[in-house]
Design a binder for this molecule. Structure first.
Ligand code: ZN
Length: 251
């Protein structure tokens, strides 16, 4: 079986600075996500963090990643612009999938891929009900019509992403606010998914439906084998090569 090579990149600062956060996500939320996701035998998972050499994504890692999952929050500005450019290239030209989680709505790679600011309004932790908008979408496989998150940071509209390709999940909060919580984009050859749950002090990454949606997203976003953006080669006349039209007589 050809495994999907997944790299989970985490800023990994909150968990090191705050014991309360580390209790919820021991060893970092990327480490916890790996434990939940690696039960899927078709995934091969690598962990990466901002403070690792080359910010966790040297060429040998990035070039061997099929789907890059991203969680950042307070250090978006520290992510190297040259690394962001390489990520954009991998997504748009080579079809690497990109999954932006929670506060990564404001990360450099997500905003530059989408071409917007990713701005949204936010507030205190509240109850959220996640509604499945497109039950037949591959991202919704095995997900009920709705599920409850008993504490999640309020992220609400207006979410400045323009119009995504699909709104697969929408969040409703006890405050009355709403959010396009699970949205997809295609950019070049790459597929992109943004998913709102995952605040570092909430327990959403321990929720079985959140994990199932992320697993679905990995399979959905994995590149289609064998096609790379060819650039802009000049081509000949296919109809003539196929003999559909006769070649003009040489004079
Ligand atoms: Zn948060």
């Amino acid at each position: 079986m050809n495994k999907i090579r997944v790299t989970i990149w985490n800023e990994f600062r909150h968990e090191k600075m705050d014991e309360e956060c580390n209790k919820i996500y021991p060893g970092g939320l990327h480490n916890v996500l790996k434990k939940y996701l690696e039960v899927n035998e078709d995934f091969e998972i690598t962990l990466a963090a901002l403070d690792d050499p080359d910010q966790g994504l040297p060429d040998e890692v990035l070039n061997n990643t099929d789907v890059l999952m991203w969680w950042g929050h307070m250090s978006h500005h520290e992510v190297d612009d040259a690394l962001v450019a390489r990520i954009l290239d991998r997504v748009r030209r080579e079809g690497m999938g990109f999954i932006a989680m929670h506060s990564s709505h404001a990360s450099k790679p997500f905003d530059q891929l989408v071409g917007s600011t990713g701005s949204l309004s936010w507030g205190e932790y509240v109850n959220e009900i996640m509604w499945t908008q497109l039950p037949s979408h591959p991202l919704a496989k095995g997900i009920p019509a709705n599920f409850h998150l008993d504490s999640e940071e309020l992220y609400t509209e207006p979410f400045c992403i323009g119009n995504p390709d699909d709104v697969v999940f929408a969040g409703w909060y006890e405050t009355g606010n709403v959010m396009r919580s699970g949205v997809t984009f295609q950019r070049g050859l790459g597929k992109i998914f943004y998913f709102q749950p995952g605040h570092e002090y909430c327990h959403s990454f321990h929720n079985k439906y959140v994990i199932q949606i992320l697993a679905n997203a990995i399979r959905w976003a994995a590149p289609t084998a064998g096609f790379v953006d060819p650039g802009m080669p000049m081509i000949g006349n296919l109809a003539q090569d196929l003999g559909i039209f006769p070649k003009p007589e040489a004079k």
